[in-house]
Design a protein around this ligand. Structure first.
Ligand SMILES: [Ca+2]
Ligand SMILES: [Ca+2]
Ligand SMILES: [Ca+2]
Length: 371
């Protein structure tokens, strides 16, 4: 049984996006529209605050307030991609939660472990692809896994980009090859080994991100998801990119479509809607940014990618933030169902049927009245 990563559109490799570029380059080059999008978001949030609706604004000044557990300088503003702003992760950071103490496992094409935004975040990893290096070589010959890693936990360090949970740690398991394909048996082994993993201080994996899928139900894979979930590990999955833009027709990808996992569809912040390629079915839990997502790319690069593969890591990073917060506020780790509830609850309906948007679009500073 073959598993593949969920296809994505063309990507554009950029220089460090937090470095200001000459004006004429910014206007000519389509993929450098990042600063403009960012300003738009900033204005929107200012307006919100004026109305008294926003709690915790996200302009550069607010980020310099030292409620955070790490110093956050005004410089940092330039490194936060639009998708991370969109889910309102920075407000959770300034409340003191950046994912510290939480390990997220990424089962994917590997990761550029020397990328300056990721190097400090990785606690371990291994490789199941036998013809792509030794068992400890997680080199990412595709780029997909590195991009996913950046969206979850790229370092908030004033350069490059920042992930949703910039103090979370990453366990990298390579189970997809350079072409984005892998064996379901390897993915199952990867899930089981992630569940059993212990870090140097006894830390455990709390979240597994699976930006991959197969179009048919495969019971051994389902069993692995049931085992992970039953062991207290939340499995966050890409809903799949086989959608037709029609709510009434169902397209399924597994393991997203298993009840035990969280299925994440793609929101397009360019259009304000659900991306038409995002699978619709009765198992979609929520949506998160998945179109023109800026993140890390191998070789100290950055790239835009599109797909439900990019939406899932926004939710995995958000899960790390909420895990840390739940533990801090309650003194106990959240169960999988508590964490699922917290994520589904922090969404806003964008008016699409549940088959497309699930309960809604991820927004970490709201309560969804319907959840
Ligand atoms: Ca960074
Ligand atoms: Ca459909
Ligand atoms: Ca599911």
């Amino acid at each position: 049984m073959k598993v593949k990563l969920l296809p994505y559109n063309k990507h554009f490799v950029t220089k460090d996006p937090s470095t200001p570029l000459p004006e004429e380059v910014m206007e000519d080059d389509k993929h450098l529209k990042f600063p403009k999008d960012k300003d738009k978001d900033k204005d929107k949030d200012k307006d919100k605050d004026k109305d008294g609706e926003g709690e915790g604004l996200i302009d550069a000044q607010d980020l310099s307030v030292s409620r955070s557990s790490v110093p956050v300088s005004a410089l940092v503003y330039n490194e936060i991609p639009p998708g991370i702003f969109h889910i309102h992760a920075p407000e959770i950071w300034t409340a003191g939660y950046q994912g510290a103490g939480v390990i997220v496992c990424i089962i994917d094409t590997g990761c550029d472990v020397y990328h300056p935004d990721l190097q400090s975040q990785i606690v371990g990893g291994w490789n199941y692809i036998t013809n792509e290096g030794g068992p400890n070589d997680v080199s990412d010959l595709n780029g997909h896994g590195t991009h996913v890693a950046g969206t979850i936990a790229a370092n908030l360090n004033g350069a490059g980009v920042a992930g949703a949970a910039p103090q979370a740690k990453l366990l990298i398991i390579k189970a997809l090859n350079k072409n984005g394909y892998g064996d379901a048996a390897d993915v199952i082994n990867a899930i089981n080994s992630a569940v059993g993993f212990q870090g140097p201080n006894g830390e455990r994996v709390r979240v597994i991100n699976l930006s991959l899928g197969i179009s048919a139900d495969y019971p051994p894979l389902h069993n692995a998801i049931i085992n992970a979930s039953g062991s207290g590990v939340l499995v966050v999955c890409a809903a799949g990119n086989g959608g037709d833009g029609v709510a009434a027709s169902s397209e399924f990808a597994y393991p997203a479509a298993y009840t035990e996992s969280l299925s994440v569809g793609a929101y397009d912040f360019n259009t304000g809607g659900v991306a038409p390629f995002s699978n619709s079915n009765n198992e979609v839990d929520l949506i998160a940014p998945g179109v023109t997502i800026l993140s890390c790319f191998p070789g100290f690069n950055f790239a835009y990618m599109t797909g439900t593969s990019m939406a899932s890591p926004h939710v995995s990073g958000a899960a790390a933030l909420l895990f840390q917060r739940h533990l801090a506020l309650n003194g106990t780790a959240p169960t999988v169902s508590q964490l699922k509830y917290e994520l589904r609850n922090r969404t806003v309906s964008i008016g699409y049927p549940p088959s497309q948007q699930g309960v809604g679009d991820l927004n970490l500073i709201v309560d969804n009245p319907s959840v």
